[in-house]
Design a binder for this molecule. Structure first.
Ligand SMILES: Cc1ncc(COP(=O)(O)O)c(C=O)c1O
Length: 403
């Protein structure tokens, strides 16, 4: 989070996301007439005299001191995501997990209580069940869709409420506005992981969250070739997390920032196509006899479809489905897919498929997955930007081969 007065820049509220993804955040970093943000590979920044240097070091003049703290390419990326999320401030990290762990460790102290849900991403769940309790932070993980129970647990007192919606890999939906209200009534900071929805489909800050974070590795990057994390939100909270990150060191690499800037220019196009493809494929899967369940917030049959319709403008590119025959059917189907990478990733331009046991919840035992309501016979299917008809034909031939 470099210059403190970024928020005072001409705000771009009148522009559509399609325009902001292309134009936001880049001008300050352009050099010598270049039309694209340069990749600045410099560990440190030199100054002609101590007074000028001191002005930058103390934040009186914009500039950079050392790239673990701030870097021009990284700053341009942070600014683009800040504008897309409608936030006062933003900072970035080497990975999505660095964004999540730095946020939690920066804002929580021994004796604090956190309220979250059972269905968070597997790595996040490990922080809640292992690392945070180890430093004396009490963690309450509620049933993800039991909003009344979550409200009660929050009202009993907590320092932080952590939401993730839609969830990975069962696509459950949480009411951000309702739970943010409950969090604020208890004096808690409300954090939302917006990785699955993206700033094209959902704006947690506008719904009441204080902080929104992303695994930029997924839809923001969109090409499965870069790792990153971004945090946006209220200025003082982001400053606190930024300070923790600049000292503990999980900074985003400038090359990764450049790739993310380039990818973000097509974010709206990609996500709109993925929204359309995923909805069409989810509807088609619902009609297949071998398919036992289809989890997608855009389906009228989804238990939280009404909440999703209220708080999302598109339902995202990820769905999951269960197969008759459980894990054996999953093992038989996946190798037959010709138009899907079998990989532990999502949000890419190409379709990616895998079971939770090797993707989102690889860190958990089968028993832990079962306790989270994640069947071993589930496939997470992250829809790419291919032709939906081709993907349905591919699924058709793979399902037919199951017999
Ligand atoms: C919802 C969600 N949040 C966070 C992460 C962690 O991101 P990263 O792999 O970039 O550390 C993931 C990774 O799959 C995720 O799906």
């Amino acid at each position: 989070m470099p210059e403190d007065d970024r928020n005072e820049q001409a705000e771009t509220g009148a522009l559509a996301p399609e325009t902001l993804t292309v134009w936001a955040g880049e001008d300050d970093s352009l050099v010598q007439g270049a039309t694209q943000v340069p990749i600045v590979y410099s560990a440190a920044y030199a100054y002609p005299d101590v007074d000028t240097w001191l002005d930058v070091a103390l934040g009186r003049t914009p500039g950079h001191i050392y790239s673990r703290n701030t870097n021009p390419t990284v700053a341009a990326l942070e600014e683009k995501v800040r504008v897309l999320e409608g936030a006062a401030a933003a900072t970035s990290f080497a990975t999505g997990m660095a964004a999540i762990s730095n946020t939690l460790f920066a804002l929580l102290s021994p004796g604090d209580r956190v309220v979250s849900v059972k269905d968070t991403y597997g790595g996040t769940n490990q922080l809640f069940t292992g690392f945070l309790p180890r430093i004396g932070v009490e963690v309450e993980l509620c049933d993800t869709t039991d909003h009344a129970r979550i409200e009660e647990t929050i009202a009993a007192g907590c320092a932080l409420v952590y939401l993730e919606t839609p969830t990975n890999p069962t696509l459950k939906v949480m009411d951000i506005a309702r739970l943010a209200k409950a969090g604020h009534a208890a004096g808690a900071v409300v954090v939302a992981d917006n990785t699955f929805a993206t700033p094209i489909n959902q704006h947690p800050l506008a719904l009441g969250a204080d902080l929104v974070l992303h695994s930029a590795t997924k839809f923001l990057g969109g090409h499965a070739d870069v790792l990153g994390g971004v945090l946006c939100g209220e200025r003082d909270l982001v400053a606190k997390v930024f300070h923790y990150r600049e000292i503990t060191g999980a900074a985003l690499d400038p090359m990764a920032a450049y790739l993310l800037i380039r990818s973000l220019k097509t974010l709206a196009l990609r996500v709109q196509r993925q929204n359309e493809n995923a909805l069409r494929i989810a509807r088609w899967l619902e009609s297949q006899p071998a398919v036992t369940t289809v989890n997608y917030p855009g389906l009228e049959s989804h238990p939280q479809h009404d909440i999703a319709r209220r708080q999302m403008s598109g339902y995202g590119g990820v769905l999951s489905f269960g197969l008759e025959g459980g894990l054996e059917s999953v093992k038989a189907l996946l190798p037959r897919l010709r138009l899907a990478r079998r990989a532990a990733n999502l949000g890419a331009v190409e379709t990616v498929a895998g079971p939770p046991a090797t993707t989102s919840h690889v860190e958990c035992t089968p028993e832990e997955r079962a306790a989270m309501g994640i069947p071993e016979g589930l496939i997470r299917y992250s829809v790419g930007i291919e032709d939906a008809g081709d993907l349905i034909a591919d699924l058709t031939q793979a399902l037919a081969a199951l017999g």
